[in-house]
Design a protein around this ligand. Sequence first.
Ligand SMILES: O=C(O)C(=O)CO
Length: 313
Amino acid sequence: MTKHRVLQVGPAPELVSRHLENNYDVFRLWEQESALEALKAHGLGCVAAVTSAKYGFRNEWLDYLPQLKVLSSFGVGYDSIDAAELQRRGIQLGNTPDVLNDCVADTAMTLLLGAARGLVRADRFVREGQWPRAEFPLMRSITGKKAGILGLGNIGQAIAKRLTGFDCEIRYHNRSEKKGVPYRYVSTLKELAQWSDFLFVMCVGGPATYHLINDEIMTALGPDGLLINVSRGTVVDEEAMIKALREGRLGGAALDVFEREPYVPEALMEMDNVVLMPHLGSATVETRQRMSQRVIDNLDAFFREGSVLSRVV
Ligand SMILES: O=C(O)C(=O)CO
């Protein structure tokens, strides 16, 4: 039986790459000198493509992929892919939701605990031999505090569940109120920020949420407030955040995502009240294994049954 031709946009985890090599006729786009030229020459036969939230997918490629029927993407976020354009062309898009909820929520808690209690600073303090000579500053308690969540989807709810264990009071803001959740809805983001000690950003990325966290929101969160972002860097106005942190209008920031990854502004690296992670939200062996399997299952299900399992469009 002839194998379906699959366009692989970027390097993938071993499990995915091995499955593709064993079951499909793979065209490895990232190894080509010019993606567009390569697609002009070889795109015609590709019926499927595999990418990730990180590598995304460019609309300009679609003109050279007339037989493309399905795109399977590694990651829950798809702001780097134009889902509406795929839908318009009748191309299915599959992603990897749910299998990473707990892991991303754990990352959010790691950032909260690390930032509020000064873990990174304290580690540096010990390693640099400062302990015998100096007093480490008092940090902030977590238990019983007010936690706001922007975006109470499945991951937001997994964060809320963890915060409950710390006796935190939880409120949230979404585009609309969510039925059947035990947390209070706040109708404006500014009001939520004003109320919160910690504000978790867990909404989707893309144009609809671009710079939702702006100067006004950070000022509302205030000089003792902590901003935690595990969604997309584009949701936070990075320049405004740096200014607010510098001027003491925002207490601190704990960030897994940035506006121009992997570039992180120098100004943030110099700040003691900032904790930085290189987009590791779902980066554990167990979770990446489950995400890899979903990428494979989405693709195989399409060819077996005509529909991906986790369908975006
Ligand atoms: O899956 C995604 O989109 C992520 O960014 C996980 O960190």
